[in-house]
Design a protein around this ligand. Structure first.
Ligand SMILES: Nc1nc2c(c(=O)[nH]1)N[C@H]1C(S)=C(S)[C@@H](COP(=O)(O)O)O[C@H]1N2
Ligand SMILES: [Mo]
Length: 328
């Protein structure tokens, strides 16, 4: 059983069926119902293809062996139905279900325009497919650690964020990169929830944005990512708590000041700007000392910087008392 706390009859079909079969069968049902109405014999309905991502031809991409994890990769049959994407929770869902896979399919991901602006030589807008033609895609196995004390090992595909920073041509006055998720309450019911400051917003310093680990994700399991992961473009910052890894990005703004962010505005005493993974600094309501892997269900001790200190510790070396500075 995938989820021990639930009975098997409570599992939604999507949790126990392979995701490809699940999506294809739903399309097939829609197709066969339509053709049955047209008087065709049942069973002779033409196969209806699931929505094909226009970037599908770019995959598979080469694996970068510099980024591996000693733990097992979590299967897609689990990670595709265990997503924090508050935009797709019903405004009446106060437990914030992680099974938002169905709801997320309502997000249109083409056309998808990305705005680059602020402290740059010149503001511009670029379509996702144009952007994809200008960068080199690769696969990296990363550990992901959510602030809620669960984690997963996940094979992202995408490109180093430093490539986007270069394309943006920032001025020397640029000190931060601010990012925004789409705003469309018609398809994302969670955005009608008035108690949250939509759209979802995040930010990193220029040093963080150009660190080798900062990765802009376009695919998972070496194919275009399903919408629930944050298609068509999301961030992966493996040394920070998961909420910094903003999904479905439409804007990059280069700022000279520290930008305001979604979680910091929502609960400033619980979610800081830095949000570096640190087992010694508890969340105000729970310990961060250990984490549960959603792939294996095993519990592991949490590591400082999620085990990526070699690549990022120098960024924070002169920030004073470690715990306080890192978890502001
Ligand atoms: N726009 C947006 N981005 C988001 C979130 C969200 O609710 N909305 N949740 C964050 C959190 S808390 C986590 S842990 C990761 C989850 O990514 P996953 O669904 O691929 O595991 O996305 C992050 N990015
Ligand atoms: Mo998270």
């Amino acid at each position: 059983m995938l989820i021990r706390s639930k009975r098997s009859w409570e599992l939604p079909e999507s949790m126990v069926t392979d995701e490809a079969v699940f999506f294809n069968r739903r399309k097939f049902l829609t197709g066969s119902m339509a053709t049955a109405g047209a008087g065709l014999l049942a069973g002779c309905a033409p196969p209806v293809r699931a929505e094909v991502d226009p970037s599908a031809d770019l995959y598979p991409v080469p694996n970068n062996p510099a980024y591996t994890a000693e733990r097992a990769i979590a299967p897609e049959s689990i990670t595709a139905y265990y997503n924090n994407f508050y935009e797709f929770n019903s405004p009446y869902d106060f437990s914030f279900s992680k099974n938002i896979a169905d709801e997320a399919q309502a997000l249109p991901i083409r056309p998808w325009e990305i705005r680059i602006e602020g402290e740059v030589e010149e503001d511009f807008t670029i379509g996702i497919d144009d952007l994809l033609s200008k960068v080199s895609l690769e696969e990296r196995i990363y550990r992901h650690r959510c602030v809620e004390a669960w984690s997963m090992v996940i094979p992202w595909s995408g490109f180093q964020m430093s490539e986007l920073v270069k394309l943006a041509r920032p001025r020397s006055s640029a000190k931060y990169v601010y990012m925004e998720t789409f705003l469309n309450p018609d398809v994302a019911p969670g955005q009608t929830r008035k108690s949250y400051p939509w759209p979802y917003r995040e930010a990193v310093t220029m040093e963080e944005a150009t660190n080798e680990l900062a990765f802009l994700v376009t695919g998972v399991y070496n194919k275009p990512m399903l919408k629930q992961y944050g298609a068509p473009l999301r961030l992966a910052l493996p040394w920070k708590y998961g909420f910094k890894s903003i999904k479905s990005i439409v804007r990059f703004r280069f700022d000279s000041f520290e930008p305001k962010t979604f979680w910091h505005d929502t609960a400033p005493r619980e979610y800081g700007f830095w949000a570096n993974v640190n087992p010694d600094v508890p969340h105000r309501r729970w310990s961060q000392a250990t984490e549960r892997d959603i792939g294996t269900r095993e519990r592991f001790p949490t590591k400082l910087f999620n085990g990526y200190g070699e690549q990022v510790a120098h960024l924070y070396a002169d920030m004073g008392h470690l715990g306080k500075a890192l978890y502001r």
